[in-house]
Write a protein that binds this ligand. Structure first.
Ligand code: UDP
Length: 314
C-alpha cells in the first residue's frame, strides 16, 4: 500500500490532491490545523476507508510512517498569510524542518509546494526556474516569499547533507472549486462579487498580469513530479496564458452575465507587475502542460460558487 502524508490536506489544493490519491488507491493521511483549510473540503472523503485526518499544526513535530509526503501546508492568499506573518514564517521554516526531519527519519520522499512568489516582482519574463528573483526581504509579502525561499533552501540542504529524497514545485496562481468564499485572491473575489452583483475590486489600474492554472491541471503536475526519478526540481507549474487583472474582471463579468461594474482600489505594496511561468522544463521533464483554458476553468469555478452561494436556479 502506498502510504502518503499530505500537509495542508484540508486546503484548496490539498483536498483535491487527497481525493486524486484516494481514487488511485493510496492510503492517505491528511494533516491540517484548519487555519485556512476547511472540513467542508474533505468531509466527503471519509467514505474512503483509507482516508485518515489528523488535526495538527506542523510547526510542532509529527511522527507517522509513510512513503511519501506532499508538504503543502501554508496559507497562500495574501490576506491570510499576512494576518499572522510570524506564524507564516514559522509554518514555512519550522514546519518544513519538521517535515524534512520526518522524511529523513522514515526515509520518505518529500515534495514541497513552493511558489512563484520566490521570484518576487520579477525582472525576467516569463520566469524560468534559473531566475533568482527580485524579492523585498522586509515587506508585507516577505513572510511568505522569504518563507518559501528558506523552505526551498532547507529542502536542498537536507538533500545535500542527509540525502533526503526531495522534489520542489513552484506553483503559479491556481484557481478552481473549493477556494473559500473569503479566500481573498483575485479569481474567487471577482466571481463572488460578480455573482452577488457587487462591484469587482480591481487593485491599481489592473494592468498587472497573472497566469491562471486550473486546479485539475495543477494536481496532475504534482502527481507527475512526485513520481520522477533523479530529479529534484525546482520546477514551475502553472498556465503560461497571461492576462491583465482588468481582462480577468471583464471576462468574469461576461461569463457570469453580471450587472456588476468595476471599481479601482489601491494596489497592495510589493504587488508583482507581471507574472507568467516559463514551463519549458515541465514540458521536457514531466511531459506536462495545462489542458484547461481560462474560460472552461472559470465556468467550472463559477458553477461551484453559484452553488456555494445558493444562487443556483432550478
Ligand atoms: N487583485 C485585485 N482584486 C482583488 C484581489 C486581487 O485586483 O480583489 C489583484 C492583486 O493586486 C494582484 C492580482 O490580482 O495583482 C492577483 O492577486 P492574488 O491575491 O490572487 O494573488 P497574488 O498573485 O498577488 O499572490
Amino acid at each position: 500500500m502506498n502510504r502518503i502524508l499530505i500537509t495542508g490536506g484540508g486546503g484548496f489544493l490539498g483536498s483535491h490532491l487527497c481525493e486524486s490519491l484516494l481514487e488511485k488507491g493510496a492510503d492517505v493521511i491528511c494533516v491540517d490545523n484548519f487555519f485556512s483549510g476547511s472540513k467542508d473540503n474533505i468531509c466527503h472523503l471519509f467514505s474512503y476507508p483509507y482516508f485518515e485526518l489528523i488535526r495538527h499544526d506542523i510547526i510542532n513535530p509529527l511522527l507517522v510512517e509513510v512513503e511519501k509526503i506532499y508538504h503543502l501546508a501554508c496559507p497562500a492568499s495574501p490576506i491570510h498569510y499576512q494576518y499572522n506573518p510570524i506564524k507564516t514564517v514559522k509554518t514555512n521554516v519550522m514546519g518544513t524542518i519538521n517535515m524534512l526531519g520526518l522524511a529523513k527519519r522514515i526515509k520518505a520522499r518529500i515534495l514541497l509546494s513552493s511558489s512563484s512568489e520566490v521570484y518576487g516582482d520579477a525582472k525576467a519574463h516569463p520566469q524560468p526556474e534559473s531566475y533568482w528573483g527580485n524579492v523585498n526581504p522586509i515587506g508585507l509579502r516577505s513572510c511568505y516569499d522569504e518563507g518559501k525561499r528558506v523552505a526551498e533552501t532547507l529542502m536542498l540542504d537536507y538533500h545535500r547533507q542527509n540525502e533526503v529524497d526531495i522534489k520542489i514545485v513552484r506553483i503559479f496562481n491556481t484557481y478552481g472549486p473549493r477556494m473559500a468564499i473569503n479566500d481573498g485572491r483575485v479569481v474567487s473575489n471577482f466571481i463572488v462579487q460578480a455573482l452577488r452583483g457587487e462591484p469587482l475590486t480591481v487593485y491599481g489600474d489592473g494592468s498587472q498580469t497573472r497566469s491562471f492554472c486550473y486546479v485539475s491541471d495543477l494536481i496532475q503536475g504534482l502527481l507527475t513530479m512526485m513520481e520522477t526519478e533523479d530529479f529534484t526540481g525546482p520546477i514551475n507549474l502553472g498556465n503560461p496564458d497571461e492576462f491583465t487583472i482588468l481582462e480577468l474582471a471583464e471576462k468574469i463579468i461576461k461569463l457570469t452575465k453580471s450587472p456588476s461594474k468595476i471599481i479601482h482600489n489601491p494596489l497592495p505594496s510589493d504587488d508583482p507587475v507581471r507574472r507568467c511561468p516559463d514551463i519549458s522544463l515541465a514540458k521536457k521533464k514531466l511531459k506536462w502542460e495545462p489542458k484547461v483554458s481560462l474560460e472552461e476553468g472559470l465556468m467550472e469555478t463559477i458553477d461551484y460558487f453559484k452553488e456555494k452561494l445558493s444562487l443556483k436556479k432550478g
